[in-house]
Design a protein around this ligand. Structure first.
Ligand SMILES: Nc1ncnc2c1ncn2[C@@H]1O[C@H](COP(=O)(O)OP(=O)(O)OP(=O)(O)O)[C@@H](O)[C@H]1O
Ligand SMILES: [Mg+2]
Length: 1021
């Protein structure tokens, strides 16, 4: 207490006592007693003399205008004294001053009007609540329950249910009454007792009928050691609206790492609603692990944890929303403002509140945390701070506080903060417990004030041994007693009330001294021994059992609203990062420009006239654009989930909808991919003179980018570090390049992976293979030149060329080759030296291929199919086959001739126009690739069939079954469920359909599970 306040108090005391009869001996003693509690003897005398001098001096010594009456003069005097101290005292101190003034009155019990008038002036200046003043007066004046019938007063008497400690020794304390007053406005408790027995407050003997403040962390003890604590009292004052019962029980819990190393050993404790529990201990002794176990993130190796009978690990669904967890790390979204961070967190918990209501709630919260002025600042990263460390911490805590979970776990909320900030945070937690919640917090080096705020502290020693659990003040007494220290029963300093938790660690970690007086590494008492000592001294208590589930203050929005919240949160956080927005929008067009400008090849060095048809780089451009799309898709998404992992950890307690989260990510990324693909095509295609294909290019690139997004999300959710993610990207991208079909033809790969008749299976898994093919085929077939209609039957240049190609293949390759095989077979039959297997194979080939040749519309029917088999094969049968082949040859000659005629006539008639069109739309290099122009082996025999190894782009694949959609590369169509689909539509559609499979992998977190499983499996082995 400052000199000024003490002086002012002496003046107030003096003014009161000299009214109506003057000072009496008891009053003097009261003041002396009061001063004794505040001051040392030599200073005390000075103030006592001052008090006596003022109390005995007549009122007239004050120099006021003569016209004023004595009472006015006195009132002015009181006002001036009160004004003096009003600005120096805080609310709590003012309440204490008022109690002391009433106590002084109570000494002589002279409640005269003049005296009461002085107090009423004090109350007015101090602006105290009238109802609290009334209860203070009654509390000081009376000790009878009838007179103290207030909510703010608690009466404890033996035999009555409320009095726990009186139950312990009901006979001895039969004549005892303990009265407690709670001033809610200042959250202060006062205590007095009436008994002929001695009581102790925080280890200091106290006097009956005198009023003591009952500060946080206090313990009130009987002569026989029975104690009640601050938390016991606060819990009794919890209002019925907050009286949801909570019982958190940890019994015999141990935890081991996968390598069997013990992290926590046999922990036993329990806590109830309204408790603030501090977990302290040296670094690495398992505090965070304990918090993870209690919050259900880890499963104990043995023992049981229960919250109202439910296991936080296995009954997550039943406990959803009841538990809140604030880890040590930052949980803020860097690119959102302080307000937005809290707003989105609140939006996820209050589904039925309107936007305006949530805004009000968020602003109130920010106000109570002192963050309202910073509400529009971006929170920034730890390295690029815009708000201070303390503000970050407070905001992190606010994310959970706003929804008020029944049980809250916080890891080191005050580390790195100033003592003022730390106390503010602890006050917030205290407020939460006053609402009937249960809070566990890990804390490092708490100050005395903070340490005493806890209802219980749990002290962990190295190796995860619990060496103490209980009242904080008692913890010091406990260790001092075991250490046989002088004054062991004093928990806190009697004069200053402070308590030093460091003492505990000094005692715990005391080292053995060697014969030279040096400290050795060895501890005097091992953690296990401390833990055993605590156990043996701890009385057996039966924890409170609660069977009804904890209340859940969570009103989760529906999946659609969650989806919208996620989208909006992502959008806002991305859009606020200007650099990100600029790069995202620029990267595609810049790459497109660089690529297209460099490969815009003009054959004639003099004129430099550009023709699309002569640019040999078009196929490479198509390949590169697909790769760029895949690359952009991967890099855009690869960090998306990884970046959110801490936020997801917090949100797992809300049990939000994972579909909403993932679909929001996918939707957002798809919009980005669609814009990037569009900008790419818009920049590159005009430079390269690609006309009329914008939609196809855009859609194919979007499909590529989309599936890369899905892959990116999968790796982003599965891997544990950014570096691993960026190592995996080339691992995905390079195979996509190699197996796209552009760099290395599929039939020229290692025979172990390749297939003669189809695209190899491994390549089928690459999205780039599908989109590259789609674009190549579409660019070749759907360009304007190839799709001009030539006649009334709707035939185009492409369809005529296709007819010619098919007919020519039959004429030039298939039928002559069949004739050759028939002759060979004949020869074998004649000589009789034929290998029967070879003959069988030949027969299969001949029948199969003739059936194919006969399948063409209008071709002569193949009727001998059934009659020809290897066992009964005869020369005449083969002769008739040769005759049939001759008919087929004539047929195909005719088909080819007619198609050529239609084509040539049209070309002749429109030669000028078509030549121009050809220059702009038809690319020769592309033709060369999709027709395999330079392929030498145009026909191959494979598994007793012929493989057409030329003009793939004119060859429709055979329909082999409903799901046999695989085909040769550059096929113009695909078969699925018996329907022939256009390659472009099929390929792009297949990518989007394949994304469903990727989504399942993403949703179920399959890769991470598999990795964890294999890791565990290897460990076990
Ligand atoms: N996954 C793990 N693999 C190996 N060791 C682990 C693992 N998790 C925890 N540990 C070890 O368990 C011990 C307890 O870790 P924990 O994080 O709970 O300590 P702490 O008390 O919270 O420490 P601090 O105060 O430094 O945060 C440490 O020694 C730590 O190295
Ligand atoms: Mg920790």
């Amino acid at each position: 207490m400052s000199e000024r306040i003490l002086k002012a108090l002496m003046e107030l005391f003096a003014l009161i006592v000299k009214q109506d009869g003057g000072i009496i001996e008891e009053e003097r003693n009261y003041v002396l007693n009061f001063l004794e509690k505040q001051l040392t003897t030599n200073v005390l005398i000075r103030y006592l003399l001052l008090f006596e001098e003022l109390a005995e001096s007549p009122d007239e010594i004050y120099n006021y205008p003569d016209s004023s009456t004595p009472s006015i003069k006195r009132n002015i005097k009181i006002l001036s004294i009160c004004e003096q101290i009003n600005k120096t005292l805080n609310k709590e101190q003012k309440a204490v001053v008022l109690i002391r003034l009433y106590e002084l009155l109570n000494v002589s019990r002279r409640y005269t009007p003049n005296r009461l008038n002085i107090i009423s002036i004090v109350v007015e200046v101090f602006r105290m609540l009238p109802e609290e003043v009334e209860v203070i007066e009654q509390f000081v004046r009376y000790n009878e329950a009838e007179k103290l019938n207030y909510h703010a007063v608690l009466f404890l008497r033996p035999g009555e249910e409320e009095c726990d400690i009186c139950h312990k020794e009901p006979e001895i304390y039969s004549e005892t009454t303990i009265i407690i007053l709670r001033l809610a406005s200042v959250d202060l408790y006062f205590i007095k007792y009436l008994s002929n027995k001695q009581f102790y407050l925080n280890g200091i003997p106290i006097v009956q009928e005198y009023i003591y403040t009952f500060p946080k962390g206090s313990a009130f003890r009987t002569q026989y050691g029975h104690t009640f604590y601050y938390s016991d009292i606060t819990s009794k004052f919890l209002s019925p609206e907050h009286s949801c019962k909570l019982s958190f029980i940890v019994s015999n819990v141990s935890y081991r790492l996968p390598n069997n190393q013990k992290i926590l050993a046999n922990l036993n404790f329990s806590a109830v609603q309204g408790n603030l529990v501090g977990i302290i201990g040296g670094s690495g002794c398992g505090k965070t692990t304990l918090l993870n176990l209690m919050s259900g993130m880890l499963e104990p190796a043995s023992g049981k944890i229960s919250l109202n009978g439910l296991d936080p690990f296995s009954d997550k669904r039943k406990l959803e929303g009841a538990i809140g967890y604030i880890p040590q790390d930052d949980l803020l979204i860097e690119d959102l403002t302080v307000f937005e961070n809290l707003y989105y967190a609140a939006d996820q918990c209050f589904g039925h509140k309107k936007k305006e209501e949530i805004v009000v709630l968020v602003e109130q919260m920010l106000n109570s945390l002192g963050l309202i002025e910073k509400k529009d600042l971006k929170v920034g990263s730890i390295f690029n701070k815009t708000i201070s460390g303390g503000q970050r911490k407070r905001l992190n805590i606010a994310l959970e506080l706003i929804r008020e979970p029944s049980v809250l776990f916080i890891d080191e909320p005050t580390t790195g903060l100033s003592s003022k900030d730390a106390e503010n945070i602890m006050d917030l937690l205290r407020d939460l417990t006053l609402k009937g919640k249960l809070v566990f917090t890990v804390i490092h080096q708490p100050s005395s004030a903070i340490y005493k705020m806890f209802d219980n502290v749990l002290i962990l020693d190295q190796g995860g041994y619990m060496v103490y659990y209980g009242n904080p003040v008692d913890s010091v007494i406990f260790f001092k007693t075991i250490d046989s220290q002088v004054n062991a029963s004093l928990g806190e300093c009697p004069s200053c009330g402070s308590l030093n938790p460091e003492i505990i660690f000094k005692i715990l970690e005391a080292q053995v001294v060697d014969e030279f007086g040096h400290y050795t590494e060895q501890r005097k008492v091992k953690p296990k021994e401390w833990s055993e000592k605590f156990r043996s001294l701890q009385p057996d208590t039966v924890p409170l059992q609660v069977s009804e589930p904890p209340s859940i203050n969570l009103d989760r929005p529906g999946p659609l609203k969650q989806f919208l919240i996620y989208i909006s949160r992502d959008f806002r956080s991305k859009i606020s990062d200007r650099q990100y927005v600029a790069l995202t929008l620029l990267v595609a067009p810049v790459l497109a420009f660089i690529l297209s400008a460099i490969i815009r090849y003009t054959p004639d060095p003099d004129t430099r006239e550009y023709f699309f048809s002569r640019n040999e780089n078009i196929p490479v451009y198509i390949f590169m654009s697909v790769i760029v799309a895949a690359f952009l898709g991967l890099t855009q998404s690869a960090e998306e989930i990884f970046r959110d992992r801490k936020i997801l950890k917090r949100e797992q307690f809300l049990n939000l909808n994972r579909h909403s989260y993932l679909l929001a990510k996918i939707a957002f990324l798809t919009v980005i991919s669609a814009s990037q693909s569009f900008l790419f095509v818009l920049a590159a295609n005009p430079i390269l003179g690609i006309k009329g294909m914008t939609f196809n290019y855009w859609f194919a690139l979007l499909a590529t980018s989309f599936s890369a997004n899905m892959l990116g999300l999968i790796i982003s959710g599965s891997l544990r570090s950014v570096i691993s993610i960026y190592i995996v990207i080339p691992l995905l991208l390079i195979p996509m390049m190699i197996l796209s079909g552009a760099m290395f033809p599929f039939d020229k790969l290692n025979r172990l992976v390749t297939r003669t008749d189809k695209v190899p299976l491994i390549a089928e898994m690459m999205p780039t293979r599908w989109t590259y093919e789609a674009l190549m085929v579409s660019q070749f077939r759907d360009n304007l030149y190839n799709s001009v209609i030539y006649n009334s039957e709707g035939e185009t240049h492409y369809s005529l060329e296709k007819k010619i190609s098919n007919a020519d293949f039959n004429n030039v390759y298939r039928l002559p080759e069949l004739s050759r095989i028939i002759s060979q077979t004949k020869e074998m039959l004649v000589t009789g030296g034929g290998n029967t297997d070879l003959i069988k194979g030949n027969v299969r080939l001949i029948t199969g291929e003739l059936a194919k040749a006969a399948g063409y519309k209008g071709a002569p029917a193949f009727q001998m199919r059934e009659s020809i088999n290897a066992a009964t094969l005869t020369i005449p049968a083969l002769d008739s086959l040769e005759a049939y082949i001759a008919r087929l040859t004539m047929f195909y000659n005719e088909v080819s001739r007619r198609a050529e005629k239609t084509r040539d006539q049209f070309l002749m008639l429109n030669s000028g126009k078509l030549r121009e069109m050809e220059k702009d739309y038809y690319n020769y290099k592309l033709e060369e690739i999709v027709t395999k122009y330079y392929e030498t082996d145009k026909i191959l025999r494979y598994r007793d069939t012929f493989i057409q190894n030329t003009d793939p782009v004119y060859l429709d694949p055979e329909n082999k079954g409903p799901l046999c959609f695989r085909s040769h590369f550059f096929a113009p169509s695909k078969n699925i469920f018996g329907i022939r689909c256009d390659t472009f539509n099929f390929n792009t559609g297949l990518i989007f359909a394949g994304a469903l499979l990727l989504y399942v992998i993403l949703y179920t977190d399959l890769i991470r599970r598999l990795m964890n499983f294999s890791w565990k499996f290897r460990r076990r082995q």
